[in-house]
Design a protein. Structure first.
Length: 295
């Protein structure tokens, strides 16, 4: 798939395509930057100022079927339209990673700030490193959303799915059902194994109802870990500060570990500071609070 005019032609080295983008890039009813490869891994490296208008008009989109897909943005991304994600990395049997140190602003329903998704049968790793500022304002518009999905098409159980999310900057959502950070190791009835780890070193703030600061779901047999050394604030009804769940599929057993050494504040009705549920046949829940917890 061609990339925007403000991006250089792909440079291939050792089976990896590298695409450099800079300047100002605008688009209507289509992604501003898009690249697809079914043969090579690739990296989209952008310092551009990107803006889009229209439904599903992503800021930066990458789809790959090789080893990995990487989107690295140090510029600004602004989208206006439903389901118009700022950064979107999608892989089939490929690890997906999004990293940015700039600003992302979305204003449509279901328009996530950053979204990584790996769909596979045997494995799938998905991750986000957020250093800059992410702001969303639409219904269901999560700030950072990372997921892995087993499609059930293969003959074996999927193994070793990992989700890693690190938020070191600011994440703010204003819509209902818009989580600040959402990790979902969804195995579709094929639990296999895999861990989920979310680390908050910055600020996460949500203003809508049912908008958790951090929601970590694990449908695989593995550990779910949430560490907060930053600040989490929620203001909506049933908007928990941190919510973690294991045992979402049969045989998906594992431990939940939550640690908060700085601040969690929830202001809405029915909004727990920390909420954890291990639904499998086995698995321990561990919660440690060394900072401020206000509900």
């Amino acid at each position: 798939m061609p990339v925007a005019a403000a991006c250089d032609a792909p440079v291939s080295t050792g089976g990896v395509d590298v695409i450099q983008c800079s300047g100002t890039i605008t688009s209507t009813n289509a992604p501003a930057v898009a690249y697809t490869s079914t043969t090579n891994s690739f990296e989209i490296l952008s310092s551009a100022a990107i803006s889009t208008k229209g439904a599903s008009a992503f800021g930066i989109y990458g789809y790959g079927e090789s080893t990995y897909v990487l989107i690295n943005s140090t510029g600004s991304v602004r989208t206006t339209g439903d389901n118009a994600h700022g950064l979107f990395a999608l892989g089939f049997n490929a690890a997906t990673i999004a990293r940015f140190d700039g600003s992302v602003v979305t204003s449509g329903a279901g328009a996530y700030g950053m979204y990584t998704n790996t769909t596979s049968q045997n494995y799938g790793n998905s991750g986000i490193l957020s250093i800059g500022s992410v702001t969303t304002s639409g219904v269901g518009a999560h700030g950072l959303y990372s997921t892995t999905t087993a499609d059930g098409s293969g003959p074996t159980i999927p193994w070793g799915s990992q989700i890693r999310m690190i938020a070191e900057g600011a994440v703010t959502t204003y819509g209902n059902d818009a989580r600040g950070i959402y990790a979902d190791n969804f195995r579709g009835g094929f639990p296999g194994t895999g861990d989920v780890t979310v680390t908050v070193n910055g600020i996460v703030a949500t203003y809508g109802n049912k908008a958790e600061g951090v929601l970590a779901l694990n449908g695989a047999a593995g550990a779910t870990t949430v560490n907060n050394t930053g600040s989490i604030i929620t203001r909506g009804t049933f908007s928990h500060g941190i919510s973690a769940n294991n045992g979402l599929s049969a045989g998906a057993d594992g431990n939940i570990s939550i640690s908060s050494t700085n601040s969690i504040r929830t202001y809405g009705r029915g909004a727990d500071g920390i909420r954890a549920s291990a639904g499998g046949a086995s698995g321990d829940v561990s919660i440690g609070v060394g900072g401020t917890l206000v509900t």
